[in-house]
Write a protein that binds this ligand. Structure first.
Ligand SMILES: Cc1cc2nc3c(=O)[nH]c(=O)nc-3n(C[C@H](O)[C@H](O)[C@H](O)COP(=O)(O)O)c2cc1C
Length: 181
């Protein structure tokens, strides 16, 4: 599967904390990439990427991601696999809970990427979310403010899931598990 880029803002507290836990769970093969200084060339040099996308400003992406979006909208991401994790606050922002995860997943899919790492919404309480699709979030939702004690378990489970899903290849529309990866 090659190296996996773990892209997030090194200036954040909680997103960085989550990213470090994700990297620890993988154990090896992760390269930390700062979303604040991200270039197209760097982004395109990886086949597997995990993006840390918290939701800010009532349902919007933080500035450092917003600034990369125009470039992203022109990239061909076919053949690449992404997973998105994102912090949010279900009590504080129930109408926009982890919207950033949904906004980013949709953009990536539109550019031809495969997005994996969907997780059940069970256990969360919110009104609406752009990350919601068929009873799942289009990534890993983390709520440090209200579900702080669940962060470690959720990350552990998600990384197990990603190890499998990043290893799968699409062939003729069907998922094929590649045992060599
Ligand atoms: C001004 C502001 C707006 C926010 N808007 C949202 C939102 O729309 N949806 C959401 O789920 N969380 C929202 N949050 C909560 C943050 O996503 C949450 O605090 C998160 O842990 C921040 O992660 P970070 O510090 O790593 O960026 C907001 C927080 C602030 C301070």
């Amino acid at each position: 599967m090659g190296k996996i880029a773990l892209v997030y803002s090194f200036n954040t507290q909680k997103t960085s904390q989550a990213a470090k836990k994700i990297a620890d769970e993988f154990g090896e093969g992760i390269e930390h990439v700062n979303a604040e200084t991200l270039t197209e060339k760097e982004f395109l040099s990886y086949k597997s990427l995990i993006l840390g996308v918290p939701t800010w400003f009532d349902g919007e992406l933080p500035n450092y991601w917003d600034e990369f979006i125009p470039a992203l909208e022109d990239l061909d991401l076919k053949g690449k696999t992404f997973a998105v994790f994102g912090n949010g606050n279900q009590k504080g922002y129930p109408e926009n809970f982890v919207d950033g995860v949904g906004i980013m997943a949709k953009l990536l899919e539109k550019r031809g990427a495969r997005v994996v790492g969907f997780t059940p919404v069970k256990g969360f309480e919110f009104e609406s979310s752009q990350a919601l699709r068929d009873g799942q979030f289009t990534g890993l939702a983390l709520d440090f403010e209200n579900h702080g004690s669940q962060i470690n378990t959720r990350i552990k489970k998600w990384v197990e899931q990603l190890k499998k899903e990043f290893g799968e290849k699409m062939s003729g529309g069907k998922k094929v598990v590649n045992s060599k990866q």
